[in-house]
Ligand binder design. Structure first.
Ligand code: ZN
Length: 162
């Protein structure tokens, strides 16, 4: 039996670590039905110069080998931030059964693509979504993102041209 809160809290903790390291504060974990963590990911778009390296996609890449050994496993992806459409598609194709995220994005999130039951489907596969189940953790993530957007971004320094 999985307890969402424990894994959501871990994604927030990892996001705080990323922020402290000057990285974008988002983290994702993939957990199987026994509660084992299959993989984890951070946003590495700036370091790698690749706009597809979102935390959720990186978690899927990290877990893919283990998931391939148990293709009928039931996997939950936990993200500290609402996934975008790219990540929603990757989860659908990647065999994730449910996604649970800590904080809703103000724009660009996958909520707008869910049906009335909170499900994203391509007609063949389905992904259940649970948005922002813990308000205290969501507030913490919004604070991390405020700090990030207001603060120094070590990888993008416009004054480094002199
Ligand atoms: Zn994304």
């Amino acid at each position: 039996m999985r307890c969402h809160g424990e894994y959501l809290a871990e994604t927030v903790r990892l996001s705080g670590v990323a922020l402290a390291e000057g990285r974008y504060p988002v983290a994702a974990l993939i957990v199987d039905e026994a509660g084992r963590v299959m993989g984890c990911g951070f946003n590495t778009t700036e370091e790698r110069g690749d706009p597809t390296c979102h935390a959720e996609v990186e978690a899927i890449r990290s877990a893919a080998g283990k998931m391939a050994q148990a293709p009928h496993g039931r996997y939950v992806l936990y993200s500290s931030w609402e996934p975008c459409l790219l990540c929603a598609g990757a989860m659908l194709v990647g065999g994730i059964e449910q996604v649970v995220w800590v904080a809703n994005a103000s724009s660009g999130g996958m909520r707008m693509f869910l049906n009335e039951e909170g499900i994203l489907t391509d007609g063949r596969r389905s992904l259940r979504a649970l948005a922002q189940p813990d308000q205290a953790l969501a507030l913490k993530m919004h604070r991390f993102h405020r700090i990030w957007h207001e603060g120094q971004k070590p990888f993008v320094r416009c004054d480094d041209t002199r």
